[in-house]
Design a protein around this ligand. Structure first.
Ligand code: ZN
Length: 255
């Protein structure tokens, strides 16, 4: 009886000692791991020069910006004679430069830029913030100047864009709402312009059946439609004489 008690006491203390040993070796290895991690990081930090790290850090932060501002000088220079030409209707000071984040067709976050009229800049930022939060997929958002201000080339590349000083599609008399920065085209290939037999861009042909829902398409009452519509914008997909599924515009007083 006594021996048994002694044995169980011995067993218990052995158990405690083993536990302590395991625990301390665990914390020790954790310490080591942390130390190694820190050393690795230091080494990596030493391998790069400081500038590279800062650049990389900034570019990660930049992606998630939702901002608007008067056109910076470098943008004014970039668009002069391309998407903006000297004209009596819209000045460079009427326009705003918008930076937004969006979810691409690759499900990754991307930084996009738009030029819009300064009177709608705030709500355009809000709209794209809403689209981003809802993960509405947009293939790309680049200034149309990257395509030499060619609406055709921009559409063929499935680029989402806003301001461009140009005539209404199919007319040489009237200025498009895009000329004032109060119209935005989204995912043109998935949301083509259709008038009679004309489809623009041509790759949009496979998306003319609007009942066949596919990535990047806009539908009545979906998140994209509602984001614009709730702020008083009109959708080209609601028009009767023609359909411009990519197009949203807002009628505002421009004076
Ligand atoms: Zn348009």
């Amino acid at each position: 009886m006594k021996n048994k008690k002694c044995l169980s006491l011995f067993n218990k203390s052995m158990l405690i000692m083993v536990s302590i040993a395991i625990l301390s070796s665990f914390t020790y290895s954790k310490d080591i791991q942390q130390k190694i991690k820190l050393e690795d990081q230091m080494e990596i930090m030493n391998e790069y020069n400081g500038e590279n790290i800062i650049e990389e850090k900034n570019s990660i932060e930049d992606i998630h910006q939702f901002t608007y501002e008067p056109l910076p000088d470098f943008i004014k220079q970039k668009i002069q004679g391309i998407s903006w030409k000297e004209n009596p209707f819209v000045s460079l000071d009427d326009l705003a430069y918008v930076k937004i984040c969006y979810v691409g067709f690759d499900d990754q976050d991307h930084q996009g830029e738009l030029i819009v009229h300064k009177k709608v800049a705030k709500e355009v930022v809000e709209i794209f913030e809403e689209l981003y939060k809802a993960k509405f997929p947009i293939e790309k958002i680049k200034l149309i100047d990257k395509y030499g201000a060619s609406d055709e080339l921009s559409m063929q590349d499935n680029n989402t864009s806003a301001f461009c000083f140009r005539e209404v599609t199919g007319s040489s008399k009237n200025l498009s709402k895009h000329s004032y920065g109060i119209a935005i085209d989204i995912n043109p290939i998935q949301n083509p312009y259709i008038k009679g037999k004309k489809i623009s861009p041509l790759q949009g042909k496979q998306y003319i059946n609007r009942l066949n829902m596919q990535k990047g398409m806009i539908f009545k009452n979906d998140v994209c439609y509602n984001a614009f519509k709730s702020r008083g914008w009109t959708w080209g997909g609601d028009w009767k004489s023609l359909k411009d599924y990519q197009h949203f515009e807002k009628n505002i007083s421009l004076k």
